[in-house]
Design a protein around this ligand. Structure first.
Ligand code: AMP
Length: 149
């Protein structure tokens, strides 16, 4: 019953938020953290998580945390589209293992898409550290050049 349950404060995103695990951070403010997915479905696959909420999924998340996360998703999607120039972009969110959820701290996926290029399977195939570092630098630089998101 992964759709229902207790928040595990040792989940990987909680560890990232606490500084106990690394991430390729793109952006952070008081309410959200955005970082690259290390098993990306496409080039530029980014995750956005609320910092203070202990919601596992959409059923539990506080409306204010949801609003802050979605507003950040929109701003970061604009940045990613400006920088990477994809043909499309998917915004996704999964609830419960049956729906494909693997990490139980609510998060949004930003997945840039290109014509004729299939997305990789969700959560499979780790990206090269060098590629992630270069992509992180590109997106951080774009945010900085724009004076923030
Ligand atoms: P979901 O399946 O919707 O719960 O999404 C969880 C996502 O987190 C997947 O796309 C994974 O590839 C990604 N992921 C898992 N561990 C990490 C990590 N340490 N850093 C970045 N992304 C991760």
């Amino acid at each position: 019953m992964s759709l229902h349950g207790q928040y595990d404060s040792r989940n990987i995103f909680a560890l990232i938020l606490n500084g106990d695990a690394p991430c390729y951070k793109i952006y952070e403010d008081e309410q959200v953290l955005a970082f690259l997915d290390v098993f990306p479905q496409s080039y530029g696959h980014t995750l956005v998580i609320p910092k203070s909420s202990q919601a596992r999924n959409i059923l539990e998340v506080e409306p204010a945390a949801l609003s802050a996360m979605m507003a950040a998703v929109q701003r970061l999607t604009r940045i990613i589209v400006d920088e990477l120039q994809p043909d499309g972009v998917q915004i996704a969110q999964f609830n419960g293992a049956a729906a494909g959820q693997t990490v139980y701290h609510i998060h949004m996926h930003i997945v840039p898409r290109w014509e004729g290029k299939e997305a990789s399977e969700h959560g499979r195939g780790k990206a090269e550290a060098q590629e992630l570092q270069a992509l992180q630098a590109r997106l951080v630089e774009r945010i900085s050049a724009q004076g923030g998101v």
